[in-house]
Design a protein around this ligand. Structure first.
Ligand code: HEC
Length: 157
């Protein structure tokens, strides 16, 4: 994140320098050479971690509003992911995230009857966020791989 920010900052300063027009060659040259290595630096870690597929980040962006930071959910409204017996079934869990669900659903003996919208996430993102869920909130299980998500998605289509 910091590196990306730095890279866009350098890109921006390059743009500003370039758009000044009146700038001398001495001023624009060092900016150009400084921006180039920053770009490659930003690209490398993103590729190594699979780009945006950071489970914790995806959880905080996508699931937290309903299932809460600690995965406890909201009584009678949003079921818990923390120590949920539902997630013991990986296929059901992946399907839940891909397709969402409206209607009755039981978690740890408690009935919920609400709607979870389908989550528009890539296979790698679902794998990452569910691996995060399985390894936090007092849960065990996982990891979930992108290949597993892909295979389950294929069955749904
Ligand atoms: C808009 C609110 C909302 C969002 C966002 C949301 N969920 Fe849900 N989720 C629900 C509701 C509501 C249910 C229960 C649906 C029902 O009653 O049929 C549910 C059920 C589930 C279940 C099965 C029951 C359980 O608690 O074990 C899982 C697993 C789950 N969600 C995971 C996720 C994950 C992972 C994300 C983020 C990628 C996510 N949800 C995002 C509202 C949401």
């Amino acid at each position: 994140m910091k590196k990306l920010f730095f890279a866009s900052l350098s890109a921006m300063s390059l743009f500003i320098l370039a758009s000044c027009g009146g700038g001398s060659n001495e001023a624009s040259k060092p900016a150009e050479t400084a921006a180039a290595p920053a770009k490659t630096e930003a690209a490398a870690p993103a590729a190594a971690t699979g780009g945006a597929a950071n489970g914790e980040e995806i959880y905080k962006k996508t699931c937290i509003a309903c299932h809460q930071a600690n995965g406890a959910g909201v009584p009678n409204t949003f079921p818990p992911l923390a120590k949920s017996d539902f997630i013991a079934d990986k296929e059901k869990t992946v399907t839940q995230v891909i397709k969402g669900k409206t209607g009755e659903l039981v978690v740890n003996g408690v009935k919920y009857n609400n709607t979870m919208p389908p989550q528009n996430l890539k296979d790698e993102e679902i794998a990452a966020v569910l691996t995060y869920v399985y390894s936090n909130f007092g849960n065990s299980g996982g990891p979930v791989t992108a290949d597993e998500v892909k295979a389950i998605r294929a069955k749904l289509q």
